[in-house]
Design a protein around this ligand. Structure first.
Ligand SMILES: [Zn+2]
Length: 417
């Protein structure tokens, strides 16, 4: 390969790991987006002929309707909503405003209106959902636009977006979910294009299910307990991530604290949980434990604490398989070994251990080595292994420094079946 080709190959490789999915809200801006929901139990979805007809964006042999039906079924099962799919020859997203045309359209048509949605980052984002709602916080319409400049597939084709994963994320927005701070969540802001290994479409994780149960208040024997409380700190509490792990270490609920430090983790099944918090900004991290709670009979548990939000000089910004750090979760399988890398700052000279919220995931600390990844100058790599019986789910990674300070990559390890 000559030098120019090498550079082009590098640029293409870099582009392949960057991605985004997004939601935008049209309507009354005073409402908290997370409180938006459908009030009727039946939601009609109109699938544009731009999606079902042969088109150059979706790999020819992809079963588009099957992918859409599976992504809908995953949310139907946990929201209590019933979706009815119909065909439509409409092509355009409704223009932003207080209300749309009342049709919940899924489209990929390369029209001016649809392309406009991606004007700020035409080749970055995979899709966008425009949600309309009224003053009562009732969703009145949501239109999903797959970016007409992107490629989609259902077979893991390298460099394309997985169609079902993309639709699952956007339907999450359509039913009222916002982005999750957990990188293994289907509602994570960034879900990358397909890479070397394809594990199949991504699904809602436990934490996504809890968020939907909390939003729609499904009556069920096993649901829905709540952990709530208030953090107090000398510094800011807004934006502090709070998450619950079950006794296996799986992240099962997540949220962000409000400006007054209050938080709420809803939709929890009866079980024992450990609750954690983390404040992170580009200059450092502060993290800790809020304590443990046991939810019984769907009750409300309260857990409030004064936290030390002083930032330690360590940040895990990205994790990745091999030497490819990214802002999405790493996908791994039980019984396997991997080399992983962490990038951020305060890592290369100071990290002395890397641990996981699961006892079934082990790191070989002797393999910990400093990496020079160019722009991501501060990075380390190490080998990890998963026991064959590691339960599927999303786990947290911790990097700990010599001085005992540490940073979590919350839900950054996604263990598939
Ligand atoms: Zn999104």
């Amino acid at each position: 390969m000559n030098r120019l080709l090498q550079i082009i190959a590098l640029i293409v490789a870099a582009a392949a790991v960057v991605s985004a999915m997004s939601a935008e809200l049209a309507g009354n801006p005073l409402l908290q987006p997370q409180t938006l929901r459908w009030r009727s139990s039946v939601v009609r979805i109109a699938v544009s002929t731009s999606i079902t007809a042969q088109n150059s964006n979706i790999k020819a042999d992809a079963d588009v309707m099957a992918a859409l039906e599976r992504s809908i079924a995953a949310w139907e099962a946990v929201s209590g909503l019933e979706f009815r799919i119909e065909s439509s020859d409409r092509q355009n997203v409704s223009p932003s405003g207080t209300a749309g045309d009342g049709v919940n359209l899924v489209t990929i048509a390369p029209t001016q209106e649809n392309l406009q949605l991606f004007a700020s980052d035409p080749f970055g984002e995979s899709a966008k959902t425009r949600v309309f709602y009224n003053r009562r916080g009732t969703i009145t319409e949501a239109d999903i636009v797959l970016n007409p400049l992107q490629q989609f597939s259902t077979d893991g084709t390298y460099g394309t977006f997985d169609l079902e994963t993309t639709l699952s994320h956007e339907i999450g927005h359509l039913i009222g979910l916002k982005h999750s701070p957990i990188s293994g969540s289907i509602m994570a802001e960034h879900i990358p294009r397909n890479g070397d290994v394809y594990f199949g479409p991504r699904l809602p994780i436990e934490g996504d299910v809890a968020a939907v149960r909390d939003l729609y208040g499904i009556d069920s024997d096993i649901c829905c307990g709540v952990v709530m409380g208030r953090l107090t700190a000398s510094g800011k509490t807004k934006g502090v991530t709070i998450w619950a792990e079950d006794t296996q270490g799986r992240v099962v609920a997540q949220t962000e604290a409000n400006a007054d430090g209050s938080y709420r983790l809803g939709g929890l099944s009866d079980a024992k949980y450990q609750i954690f918090w983390q404040r992170r900004d580009p200059s450092g991290t502060s993290t800790g434990d809020l304590g443990s709670v046991t939810i019984e009979n769907g009750a409300i548990a309260t857990l409030s604490k004064r936290i030390n939000a002083d930032l330690a000089d360590i940040v895990v910004e990205d994790v990745g398989l091999g030497l490819h750090p990214g802002d999405s979760a790493i996908l791994v399988r039980p019984g396997r070994q991997y080399t992983i890398c962490l990038a951020g700052h305060g890592l290369a000279d100071a990290v002395t251990s890397v641990t996981f919220s699961s006892k079934s995931i082990h790191s070989e600390i002797a393999s910990l080595s400093r990496q020079d990844l160019g722009r991501k100058a501060d990075a380390v790599s190490l080998s990890i292994s998963l026991d064959p019986d590691t339960p599927p789910g999303v786990y947290t990674l911790y990097a700990t420094r010599r001085d005992g300070t540490r940073a979590a990559a919350v839900g950054a390890v996604l263990v598939s079946k």
